[in-house]
Design a protein around this ligand. Structure first.
Ligand code: NAD
Length: 380
């Protein structure tokens, strides 16, 4: 196996999810490459060292520029807040490194365009961590749609609901709360949560032609952890938008962090001419499927437990009937990336796909401002 030296920036939620994936991938997938946990980068040397010791990284860096400059690093993995993605990715591309970048690709499409230009110029393999494409039940949905089982698609309905920012005393900014700070996050639920829904939607149902959105910021001011002052909140707390897909289907998307009782309720339902499918992140190993062509007496929603060897990715795991979870979507993403490298068929979503999603989120935010339908820019 060819060694692939990974340098990772950030050790938070996603840092852990990715490290875990690099460590496990060769145990479960037969691949031609083996990720080596070469260096972990964090701004605090103590934190970086503690983290590297716990996860088995060989070395630490406290400045991502030094990490990128190292000759022994092949791949840079960006697991830091959104406002850092562009600068790190562009520098990594210029240094000829492969790049795996967390989502959303950038703060906005303008930045994302520069990132696409940089990886294209450098011709370096690149991918964005829209990991829900790698849940076996979501891949099964993709297979059913591509096989024409649903027929013409009429409706796409997606939601991503949470409830963790309702308290007006919750500050914004800094560690753990950068998502509430527009300078670090770029937007609120639109770039954070709806970006996932949009990426899955365009993968399953093609490009989005236009959108009409509304957003709200329920808590207008919060203390900023970095300045200590009460500051205006610049993110959208909630967003709902209508969309028309290029294939003519109609869509509704909704996201909020103000839906009491919901922690990460990402669901989508697709209604076609012959059949419908429904998926729920809280039950991610199941796909619900209704086929009108079934015999009438037994027709009904099937609740498919996606755990059998002939279902996507599952032959690599346990025996039929035993399900896998959230972290496995990241293992699958690394496996697909490495397979793509070996076969010279780059895995998706790449930076161009990330830009396509950023074009949609930009149009959504623009429409929410001007109250009009916005045409979505297409990736060239
Ligand atoms: N794919 C997914 O499902 C998913 C889920 C959560 C987060 N994300 C994305 O992952 C990224 C990180 O989110 P998170 O939840 O892991 O955040 P987090 O707050 O848990 O971790 C962020 C990490 O970045 C580090 N960091 C910040 N600025 C840095 C800098 N300049 N140099 C080095 N390190 C720096 C922090 O110390 C921390 O270790 C974001 O872009 C987010 O949108 C994706």
């Amino acid at each position: 196996m060819k060694k692939l030296n990974v340098g990772i920036v950030g050790y938070g939620f996603m840092g852990r999810a990715h490290y875990n994936a690099y460590r496990k991938v060769n145990n479960f997938f037969d691949l031609k490459h083996q990720p080596v946990l070469k260096a972990a980068c964090a701004r605090s040397a103590d934190n970086a060292k503690a983290f590297a010791d716990k996860w088995g990284y060989e070395s630490v860096e406290t400045d991502w520029r030094k990490l990128i400059a190292r000759d022994d690093i092949d791949l840079i993995d960006i697991c830091t807040p959104n406002n850092t993605h562009a600068e790190i990715a562009i520098a990594a591309a210029q240094a000829g490194k492969m790049i795996l970048c967390e989502k959303p690709l950038a703060l906005n499409a303008k930045e994302a365009e520069k990132m696409v230009a940089a990886v294209e110029k450098a011709k370096v393999p690149n991918m964005v961590w829209y990991n829900y494409r790698r849940c076996p039940a979501v891949v099964l949905a993709k297979q059913l749609i591509d096989e024409g089982k649903l027929g013409r698609i009429f409706h796409y309905r997606a939601k991503f609901l949470q409830d963790w920012t309702i308290d007006p005393d919750l500050p914004q900014g800094g560690a753990g709360l950068w998502r509430l700070d527009v300078k670090a996050a770029g937007s609120g639920v639109t770039g954070d949560l709806l970006a996932h829904c949009i990426d899955t939607a365009m993968w399953l149902n093609g490009t989005i032609d236009k959108v009409n959105a509304m957003t709200e910021t329920f808590v207008k001011e919060r203390k900023h952890n970095l300045t200590g002052k009460i500051e205006k909140v610049g993110i959208d707390d909630a967003c709902a938008f209508l969309a028309r897909f290029t294939n003519g289907s109609l869509a509704t998307f909704e996201s909020t962090r103000y839906a009491r009782g919901h922690k990460a309720l990402y669901t989508f339902e697709i209604n076609g001419e012959h059949a419908s499918i429904f998926w729920d992140l809280h039950d991610l190993h199941r796909l619900q499927y209704f086929d009108h062509r079934d015999e009438g007496r037994v027709r009904g929603w099937r609740n498919i437990h996606v755990s059998d060897g002939d279902q996507p990715y599952m032959k690599n795991w346990w025996v039929p009937g035993l399900q896998i979870g959230y972290e496995h979507s990241f293992v699958h993403q690394v496996a697909d990336f490495l397979q793509g490298l070996a076969n010279d068929q780059p895995a998706k979503p790449d930076f161009k796909d990330g830009l396509a999603t950023d074009y949609v989120t930009d149009a959504v935010l623009q429409s929410a401002k001007n109250g009009q339908w916005e045409k979505v820019k297409k990736v060239k």
